[in-house]
Design a binder for this molecule. Structure first.
Ligand code: DC
Length: 219
């Protein structure tokens, strides 16, 4: 018996909101692995490392001092003590994180780090390969989906809520491109684990999805 719940799915499927709410309801910690790939992309950009340079990106990963501050809600991500939680949520880092996440050296380093962070704890782990690669032994696995229209609408509202300008059709095109990158890459592509329960959140609120998951956990 382990204490890991995995939630995978494409961008805008509601994973982050659902994972955070679920973790709070059941007293688990929340592991946002997308934020970790975003941090790698941020450091690579700052150090001008080419996004196809596996060795250079491997070095970036090895030098990464990354910590989640879980005293805050939502948890903050600290890079050498610098709070980068907001910085990593830009359209540019959406794309750059998807690019670095296709590189083998980065995936290996992040997989190791994610397992280390979760060791011995109770975690809701959210990402693209939580159920398939990082925590294949997890007792409960979920895969969230939603129509591209609804996912784009959610993402568009998030961007506006951050006070940034956005065009709905650009948000939708970027989302689709990132999905394609994440699904088509050879290493740890986005897909449901064979033993995952797929939940279509197109017509469901985050609260309703959490209820579906809680009911499933009781079975
Ligand atoms: O969940 P997110 O949108 O913050 O993730 C950003 C990118 O990181 C996503 O496009 C693909 C990559 N990612 C990944 O490859 N594996 C994960 N477990 C989480 C994210």
């Amino acid at each position: 018996m382990n204490h890991i719940i995995t939630i995978d799915g494409p961008a805008g499927s509601g994973k982050s909101t659902v994972s955070r709410m679920l973790a709070k309801r059941i007293g688990y910690s929340y592991l946002d692995t997308g934020a970790m790939y975003r941090a790698v992309a941020l450091v690579a950009k700052r150090k001008s490392v080419d996004f196809r340079d596996g060795e250079g990106l491997g070095r970036v990963c090895r030098s990464l001092d990354l910590q989640f501050d879980r005293e805050e809600d939502p948890p903050r991500l600290l890079l050498c003590g610098e709070d980068i939680s907001e910085l990593i949520r830009s359209p540019e880092l959406d794309m750059l994180s998807s690019k670095v996440s296709a590189v083998g050296e980065v995936r290996q380093a992040m997989t190791d780090l994610q397992r280390k962070m979760a060791k011995g704890g109770r975690f809701v782990a959210e990402g693209r390969d939580m159920g398939t690669v990082v925590f294949p032994e997890a007792n409960w696995k979920f895969y969230l989906t939603a129509s591209i229209e609804v996912r784009a609408e959610r993402r568009y509202k998030e961007v506006l809520a951050r006070g940034e300008a956005a065009q709905k059709d650009v948000v939708k095109a970027d989302l689709k491109k990132r999905d394609d990158n994440d699904r088509m890459r050879p290493l740890s592509p986005l897909r449901p684990a064979e033993d995952a329960l797929t939940i279509d959140s197109t017509a469901l609120t985050a609260e309703a999805v959490v209820e579906v998951i809680l009911n499933y956990l009781k079975t």
